[in-house]
Ligand binder design. Structure first.
Ligand SMILES: [Zn+2]
Length: 257
């Protein structure tokens, strides 16, 4: 479900330069030397944008006013699927942790916008082979079940050749803290047998950020948790059978000449 209010009300100030330092470093290291201008689409609070702007001509684009107030580079309030700027106007389209939040129709239009605006490169970072069902939560008010960080889709390396046939992949790597995958069948068992307030153990969630907003009814609630022995058992089995992987997948694409 797409609900602008959850992004407008997000606690943008908690995402800091200190947290993302190594990631930003890795991104800057991999920007091709012939890039001068970058459009950062879905720039959020500009934690990456503001660093890129120290070296490049940068435009940060986001539809959230509350996020854009932290962006110090040039900025534009717009939805990522309809950006009012000319075609091929930036050397590189950059997007970090945006695509996994987009519902189908907006997602398809956004990919088209990336291709339209980019003169040469597209640089994307997304969660690496994530199973979004791992962080399902049920709203205590309206009972809607949703992924807590509002991730609606998952990406693997092979997806980019299909999404961007006009581009070739020049660089690709995984990066960041290793995070454990969750086996889909085990998650199904969890949802069937265990009450919803025992689905997500507390230690999976940053303790400074347990507030959650329901994308359907906008109810804001403190993330609940109750220990459940069967939940603990299923989580333990998952630890044995599922791998840990670096959290991010970063892909640099170059337009075929
Ligand atoms: Zn709700």
């Amino acid at each position: 479900m797409d609900n602008p209010i959850i992004y407008e009300n997000a606690k943008w100030e908690i995402l800091t330069r200190a947290q993302l330092g190594p990631k930003i470093q890795k991104i800057i290291e991999n920007i091709p030397p012939d890039v001068q201008s970058i459009i950062d689409i879905g720039c959020g609070n500009g934690v990456i944008t503001n660093e890129l702007a120290k070296k490049y001509q940068v435009l940060g684009v986001d539809r959230s006013k509350s996020a854009l107030q932290f962006v110090t580079s040039q900025k534009l309030e717009a939805s990522c699927d309809n950006i009012p700027i000319p075609s091929q106007s930036f050397d590189m389209v950059f997007s970090s942790e945006l695509l996994e939040h987009l519902p189908d129709e907006i997602f398809q239009k956004t990919i088209q916008e990336f291709k339209r605006i980019s003169k040469k490169y597209i640089f994307i970072t997304v969660p690496n082979r994530e199973n979004p069902d791992k962080l399902l939560i049920r709203c205590p008010q309206c009972k809607y079940i949703f992924n807590r960080p509002n991730h609606l889709r998952s990406f693997k390396s092979e997806d980019f050749a299909i999404l961007f046939p006009e581009y070739k992949k020049t660089t690709e790597f995984t990066f960041g803290k290793p995070v454990r995958y969750y086996h889909p069948a085990l998650l199904k068992l969890k949802r069937k047998w265990i009450p919803s307030n025992s689905w997500i153990p507390y230690f999976w969630i940053d303790k400074n950020n347990r507030t959650t907003i329901c994308p359907r009814c906008n109810n804001q609630f403190i993330f609940p948790y109750k220990f459940h022995p069967l939940g603990f058992l299923i989580d333990s089995i998952n630890v044995i059978i599922s791998p840990k992987r670096p959290y991010w997948l970063m892909v640099l694409l170059e337009k075929n000449m």
